[in-house]
Design a protein around this ligand. Structure first.
Ligand code: T3D
Length: 250
């Protein structure tokens, strides 16, 4: 299991190019190292992540306008794609406020735990932007268009408990339990059938864009792959022998 901690606590872990680079490299390591079978993503200090570091944007009178598509195209979009395509589970432990891209990076994780004191803010509209980093994709799919629109337009803080209640995240936890419980969940996943988990991600994330027919075909194809895995053999054998399976992630 690999724990990644966003670590610019003075700025509530807002993203600058260096933090993008470090996270990108860490996710590459997670992808290529077979011993990494689950990832935990959390933040240092009192925040999870406040999105883009706004102090890096020159808004003085004579400054030229910024083409934000460059930032999304080179940093945020590849990051979200990497996270969703990683064939291993990513557990998010949202330790504090998650705002702007920070909120949507949390939602791009596969399972989201949040401390009760944490909150989610689609703060983009407060500075004249629209939700990015997958926000306009994740929000309506997770909570429906009415709630997505309210969250995006008003940019109000949503508490962790409310986020759990409306299905935006998996679980809100007592603050002092967050890292222990998210860590335990990640360890459980890290000892599981990694290949199967990767296929679960693939199937569930494809379903939003598929009709039932296509999804059934995809399930058939992915189940073929799962059925060829060593872990499937081990899972069935362990069940028949009434013992705990020892999955190897293969
Ligand atoms: O530009 C591009 O590349 C395009 C891509 C955009 C993606 C995005 O993420 S756009 C959205 C950017 N993020 C925001 O708009 C959020 C801005 N922050 C806030 O709204 C609030 O800080 C929070 C709701 C996150 C937390 O509020 P609160 O009251 O708990 O804390 P605070 O006092 O506002 O912030 C604490 C410090 O962090 C403060 O610094 P100081 O005064 O103690 O020196 C604040 O300036 C700093 N901080 C918070 N967020 C950012 C930040 N500094 C730089 N960039 C930030 N995003």
């Amino acid at each position: 299991m690999l724990t990644l901690t966003l670590n610019r606590p003075d700025k509530l872990n807002a993203f600058n190019p260096e933090m993008h680079r470090l996270l990108r490299e860490a996710l590459e390591r997670a992808a290529t190292q077979p011993e990494v079978r689950a990832v935990v993503l959390t933040g240092a200090g009192r925040g999870f992540c406040a999105g883009q570091d706004l102090s890096q944007r020159d808004m003085s009178a004579g400054a030229p306008p910024i083409d934000l598509s460059v930032s999304l195209g080179s940093n945020y979009n590849p990051l979200i794609r990497r996270m969703r395509e990683l064939p291993k589970p990513i557990v998010c432990a949202v330790n504090g406020v998650a705002a702007g891209a920070g909120a949507n990076i949390a939602l791009a994780c596969d399972v989201v735990f949040a401390a009760r004191s944490a909150s989610f803010v689609q703060s983009f509209s407060r500075i004249g932007l629209l939700p990015d980093s997958g926000g306009t994709y994740f929000l309506p799919r997770l909570v429906g268009t009415a709630r997505a629109m309210g969250l995006a337009l008003f940019g109000e803080k949503l508490s962790a408990e409310e986020a759990e209640r409306i299905g935006l995240i998996w679980k809100a936890l007592d603050d002092d339990q967050l890292l222990a419980e998210a860590g335990a969940a990640a360890r459980l996943l890290a000892a599981g059938p990694t290949k199967g988990y990767g296929l679960i991600k693939k199937a569930l994330y494809a379903s939003a864009g598929n009709l039932l027919d296509a999804q059934l075909d995809l399930e058939r194809d992915l189940q073929r792959e799962a059925g060829y895995s060593e872990d499937y053999r081990e899972g069935v054998s362990a069940f028949m022998q009434k013992r705990k399976p020892a999955f190897k992630g293969k």
